[in-house]
Design a protein around this ligand. Sequence first.
Ligand SMILES: Cc1ncc(COP(=O)(O)O)c(C=O)c1O
Length: 396
Amino acid sequence: MSVHDFSLQLSELAQADQLRARRIIDGPQDASMLVDGKRVMAYASNDYLGLANHPKVVEAAMRALKRYGLGAAASHMVSGHMRAHHELEEKLGDYIGLPKTLLFSSGYMANMGILTALAGRGDTIFADKLNHACLNDGALLSRANFKRYPHCNLVKLDAMLAESKGAGRKLIVTDAVFSMDGDIAPLPELLKLAETYDALLVIDDAHGFGVLGYRGKGSLEHFNLKSERIVYMATLGKAAGGYGAFVAGHEDIVEWILQSARTYIFTTATPPAIAAAIQASLEVMQEDRERLKHLRMLIDFFGDSLKLQFAKLPYSQTAIQPIMIGDNATTMAFADALRERHMFVPAIRPPTVPPGTSRLRVSITAAHTADDLFDLITALTDLDVELMGNVGYQRK
Ligand SMILES: Cc1ncc(COP(=O)(O)O)c(C=O)c1O
């Protein structure tokens, strides 16, 4: 082994147009942002409701900073579990309507903790092939059998479940809204399979919480689902505008996760000011219905307008709107050309998505206006002609 191995690996990544570069953001999340010193319209944030810089949320964080100081300085099990964490868990439980809730420092930690707590050697995890990386990592770390079914393919999943009858505990694990495609998992059908095969259904609602459902409560409200078999997880760093995540469900399941999830037990608790600020986010989510209505209007407007230009776009009812391109180089060319036009849309490439499916990932937030989206659609249409020679959308 020598350091040159890494230099070689890096140059291979660069040659495949897969080298990632971070951009420096000055100032808060908003529709228009300072990115690498340049003011651009940004279509790149998961702050779907525009709460990350909401005055009530920022004020709550500042008040809590004065009350608690900055750090929790210990794990929840030792001396870091503060009133702000406790109150947030109670409020999240009331909001989501599930018996018990447990706060995690991030969605990544939550998924690693949930899957390793609920499954182990001899158990089987059935996972959608397009699940988020941290669900896959949690499944691998659990040492359970890890079986991935083709994206949303219920027939294949049914067959895989039938094959492994009687083989330890079973977990069906899925993103509710797929993070790079924006489509929604068939949760009612997955729950039926969980019932048939006596499995638990673990739902990662990172991109549905705050966005889906009549009151924005997420995918369970969207489908009107309730079951003791559901282990519900959502993140607080996206529509809630802060940081962290929570798991909610049957009291004993969540208590077991609390007692055994190593990513809960062996890490410093979230800074309490964040927990206090998220409580304010939850209040705004409940009081200010206009944000969600505006976001929904924008999602419909964007989807409908794009479809007029590009006949075969994937259908997404959520704030995540992928523009499928295909190869890495063309995807990067699109992203660069958009930046020239003062528009920031991230290019998503393997390994985040399967090879050959590189794309632009447009995220819409309540901070955008219809005009902002119209400008992006116009630019995409022009570039489709310029870079692809397409008149109308010819790619899948
Ligand atoms: C579907 C999904 N689950 C989990 C996570 C991880 O959450 P967090 O960013 O809070 O670690 C993300 C994204 O970050 C995600 O998109």
